[in-house]
Design a protein around this ligand. Structure first.
Ligand code: ADP
Ligand code: MG
Length: 217
């Protein structure tokens, strides 16, 4: 599969639209175990990204993603800004000077994004964060690829794993971020960051399906 800059822009625009749509829901999830701002935070950040995109639309994918990361870091108050910001910055660094990507580049960018979040947040899977969606999703993507699946199939499997990972945060005890202040009372609530990460993986899946449909038409 060949992923061009247009599709990267489409991914970012669609993530922004999906977050705007789900803003109230994300904020509601952040009420019992946080400070009720996750949807507002991300909507502010991705709206700023959308406003910036026309200035970099003709640049390489690395520049587009690094601009996205810097915009998130500078506009999102709260821990999710630096965390997602680092993810996009790391992905952009892996894809410097590239105008189109092969399947393996997408996998490498996702791995770098996750490693960036884990480094920045000093967190591991099982701590009730966005990592609990992203880590199993990327593992599923890699094992599907290793088993010979095409990218569409592999991303579908990643989306299923992402959803299970998101749901698995409900019984978890939070040990990182604001939710950890609640101790045992954090148990029984779905993590807002795990939920926004799931939205992003579903949008990635939609874009990959579209590229494949276009290629076969
Ligand atoms: P804040 O917690 O500062 O209000 P947000 O509400 O925007 O920021 O984001 C909260 C989300 O950030 C959590 O649901 C969790 O998924 C994620 N998060 C918080 N701390 C960490 C961390 N150290 N590592 C990974 N993710 C984290
Ligand atoms: Mg919050």
């Amino acid at each position: 599969m060949r992923i061009t800059t247009d599709y990267v822009i489409q991914f970012l625009d669609t993530v922004a639209a999906r977050i705007k749509e789900q803003r109230a829901y994300l904020t509601e999830l952040d009420s019992p175990i946080g400070d009720a701002d996750h949807g507002t935070n991300l909507d502010r950040g991705f709206s700023a990204v959308v406003a910036k995109l026309p200035t970099v639309a003709d640049k390489d994918i690395g520049t587009i993603l690094k601009t996205t990361g810097m915009t998130l870091v500078s506009t999102v108050g709260g821990s999710s800004g630096p965390l997602y910001g680092t993810a996009f910055l790391r992905a952009g660094t892996v894809l410097s000077d590239r105008y189109d990507l092969a399947d393996e580049d997408l996998v490498a960018a996702l791995e770098a994004a996750l490693a960036g979040i884990m480094m920045r947040g000093k967190a591991q899977p099982g701590e009730k964060t966005m990592i609990d969606t992203l880590a199993p999703a990327i593992d599923a993507l890699k094992s599907a690829r290793a088993g010979g699946a095409d990218l569409v199939t592999a991303v579908r499997e990643a989306t299923v794993a992402a959803e299970l990972g998101m749901q698995a945060t409900i019984p978890m005890l939070a040990t990182k971020g604001r939710a950890s202040y609640l101790g045992e009372r954090s148990i029984g609530h779905q993590d807002p960051g795990a939920t926004s990460a799931y939205l992003m993986i579903t949008v990635l899946g939609e874009v990959v399906e579209q590229i494949a449909a276009k290629a076969s038409s």
